[in-house]
Design a protein around this ligand. Structure first.
Ligand SMILES: CC(C)(COP(=O)(O)OP(=O)(O)OC[C@H]1O[C@@H](n2cnc3c(N)ncnc32)[C@H](O)[C@@H]1OP(=O)(O)O)[C@@H](O)C(=O)NCCC(=O)NCCS
Length: 299
């Protein structure tokens, strides 16, 4: 951890998660700014160990401003890319408009460049703020279509998992450690924390373990449609095998990542969202196909 006296009587700190009080101060900043409780991660082994937060604290230990980066290796067009995610950007209202965020963005981006990250990636509803730093919007597309021809359901080889069950969480964490990327076109290669956190934040997400593939399927469904959100596993089953194992017979399907490993094709449709995916670096700008970051990898 580094600490230095900074602007406006605040103290700059970097890489400060070792102190539980400082982690709690960031949890409070994100709760007050975005209304989300990231302390849920304490149930899953704590914050991402690769996360490097950059922040200003006041003399009472309140976190006034923060911007974090973390390692998120990605598979992009068949190549493993050393990528960094940027997240948890917030400045408390009384300290806004004084250049604190500009200072933290510069520190975090310079740190990432020094580490040799080839690609920066973030999600934001304020894309204009990041354009001066070289970030460009990468339009996202989901994949829609008819389901693949149905296969016969095998003997019971699937089991629903719960993020409230410690044994299930341990299994999911192990699968995430051993996963192969869900797509060769655009997918996270390694990153466990957001998968679990996103599963807690959206209780409509179902997680089902498929024994033969040692894979966790993240999905949603209603009467007529099925949404495939992510697959974390040692192997990626074909879409028809997923539907058979889950005993789903939808009229329409939607896949929220490039479906190149699913033995199925859908039509890409532009994702309509207030949140933009932005990238900085050549690796993603040269992408050849339509992409979407799995909702389980959102951060
Ligand atoms: C957005 C936020 C982080 C900016 O913090 P800040 O300390 O007031 O920002 P700064 O004073 O350092 O300004 C940095 C730059 O961003 C620009 N900026 C600030 N707020 C902006 C906004 N809402 N939209 C677009 N640009 C903005 C500033 O004009 C400034 O540009 P400049 O460097 O060319 O002068 C802060 O308002 C905040 O926490 N908002 C709520 C949470 C949020 O939206 N976080 C970002 C998530 S992606």
């Amino acid at each position: 951890m580094t600490a230095a006296t900074g602007s406006h009587g605040l103290t700059f700190r970097q890489d400060y998660f070792a102190d539980p009080a400082d982690w709690a101060a960031l949890v409070a900043l994100l709760q007050d700014t975005f209304g989300i409780d990231v302390s849920i991660q304490d149930r899953f082994g704590g914050p991402d160990p690769t996360s490097v937060p950059f922040a200003y604290f006041d003399e009472d230990g309140t976190c006034a401003a923060n911007f974090s980066t973390f390692s998120m290796p990605m598979m992009i067009d068949g190549r493993l890319v050393k990528a960094a995610g940027f997240q948890s950007g917030a400045v408390r209202p009384q300290w806004q408009g004084r250049g604190l965020y500009r200072d933290l963005m510069n520190r975090a981006l310079n740190w990432g460049d020094d580490q040799g990250f080839e690609l920066g990636i973030l999600l934001t509803d304020k894309p204009a703020m990041y354009e001066p730093y070289g970030f460009k919007i990468l339009p996202q597309q989901r994949f829609l279509g008819a389901p693949p021809p149905l296969e016969v359901k095998l003997a019971d080889t699937s089991r629903e998992l719960s993020v409230d069950n410690a044994g299930d969480v341990a299994l999911i964490r192990q699968v995430l450690r051993e996963r192969v990327p869900v797509s060769s076109v655009f997918a996270v290669a390694a990153q466990a924390e957001m998968f679990l956190l996103n599963s807690v934040f959206d209780p409509d997400i179902k997680l089902t373990y498929l024994d033969p593939f040692e894979a966790v399927i993240a999905w949603k469904s209603d009467d007529a449609s099925f949404q495939l959100l992510d697959i974390a596993g040692k192997a990626i089953p074909a879409f028809a095998q997923v539907l058979a194992a889950l005993d789903q017979k939808p009229d329409h399907v939607e896949v929220c990542f490039p479906p190149d490993k699913l033995d199925w094709q859908g039509l890409p449709e532009l994702l309509d969202s207030d949140v933009s995916l932005m990238v900085r670096g050549e690796a993603a700008v040269r992408l050849s196909g339509p992409v979407m970051l799995s909702p389980l990898a959102e951060f």
